[in-house]
Design a protein around this ligand. Structure first.
Ligand code: CP
Ligand code: NVA
Length: 309
């Protein structure tokens, strides 16, 4: 059985396989053909944090695949009142077929996987957001970008999105330049994994603090909120310290001609991205959001196919 907790657990070929499954199922869905790949399966969706895209994409996705999804907010289930993860996992393990969870701690996902004996999908943790990356890669591929040789600039906070881009680049072999303010770099342990993977894949990973240097001639520019869920108390300090990291027209002008701009959303205009750049690239950004549906179907179908591996 395979889980989908971080792209570091998935090989390049497997990432490409999942994208192919997503593309095939998307093509069918665009023709209003919904094949029951996961007929009668139940997906438990645990949410310790808010969500729009992740919840809707998995819930609609599971239904379109012939199954059903259960929305389990930790405000409503006993987990939120202190029932241990490992007990929740063992209960769900006898009742549903797959788990998707959005949690704070990555280790909670590992515990869910260990004790439920079901495929577990990371719907975002403090450390990683791998299902978002699958939608991002699908979108870039559809936009005609070669996802194995592109140059991507990530500008902003060294957070779960940065970490996921680091895993994606280091597995697929593309060039990733990360620019964060000093003190907000991606964690060393994640960068070390990426550098290690890069030795095999040939990826070029550059870590720095200069957004202009990172964006220079990039094919793709991406960013994320400066204040992730759970960091709300740090907002004022962060906004001050991220001065100079807003992706605006002057910054985008440094990128390659026709460079793409992605944002996982929600976006905070005037902070990590300017209003005009957001709107100029709105078609790409909302294609990315819509691709959550198709990419998440690819991940679920892949996890189902790998049940006996
Ligand atoms: N990008 C993303 O995961 O959005 P939600 O928080 O709305 O799920
Ligand atoms: N880094 C953001 C991503 C939201 C989808 C957060 O964790 O809140």
């Amino acid at each position: 059985m395979r889980h989908f907790l971080t792209l570091n657990d998935i090989s390049k070929d497997e990432i490409l396989d999942i994208l192919q499954i997503a593309k095939d199922i998307k093509k069918e869905a665009l023709n209003k053909e919904y094949k029951p790949y996961l007929k009668d399966q139940f997906l438990a969706m645990i949410f310790e944090k808010s969500s729009t895209r992740t919840r809707v994409s998995f819930e609609v996705g599971m239904q379109q695949l012939g199954g059903k999804a259960l929305f389990l907010s930790n405000k409503d289930i006993q987990l939120g009142r202190g029932e241990p993860i490992k007990d929740t996992a063992r209960v769900l393990g006898g009742m549903v077929d797959m788990i998707m969870a959005r949690v704070y701690k990555q280790s909670d996902l590992e515990e869910l996987a260990k004790f439920s004996n079901l495929p577990v999908i990371n719907g975002l943790s403090d450390d990683f957001h791998p299902v978002q990356l699958m939608a991002d890669l699908l979108t870039l591929d559809e936009l005609g970008v070669d996802i194995t040789s592109m140059k991507v600039a990530y500008v902003g906070d060294g957070n779960n999105m940065t970490n996921s881009w680091l895993m994606a680049a280091s597995k697929l072999g593309f060039e990733l330049r990360v620019a964060t303010p000093k003190g907000y770099e991606a964690p060393k342990w994640v960068v070390d994994i990426a550098l290690q993977n890069a030795k095999q894949s040939g990826a070029i990973i550059k870590i720095g603090n200069d957004p202009k240097e990172a964006i220079n001639s990039a094919d793709v520019v991406t960013t994320d909120t400066w204040v992730s869920m759970g960091q709300e108390d740090e907002k004022a300090k962060r906004v001050a310290e991220f001065n100079g990291f807003c992706v605006d027209k002057d910054m985008m002008n440094l990128a390659a001609p026709k460079a793409k701009f992605l944002h996982c959303l929600p976006a905070y205009r005037g902070y990590e991205v300017s209003e005009d750049i957001f709107e100029l690239h709105a078609d790409e950004i909302f294609a990315e959001a819509h691709n959550r549906l198709h990419a998440q179907k690819g991940v679920m179908v892949w996890c189902d196919r790998m049940r006996n591996e």
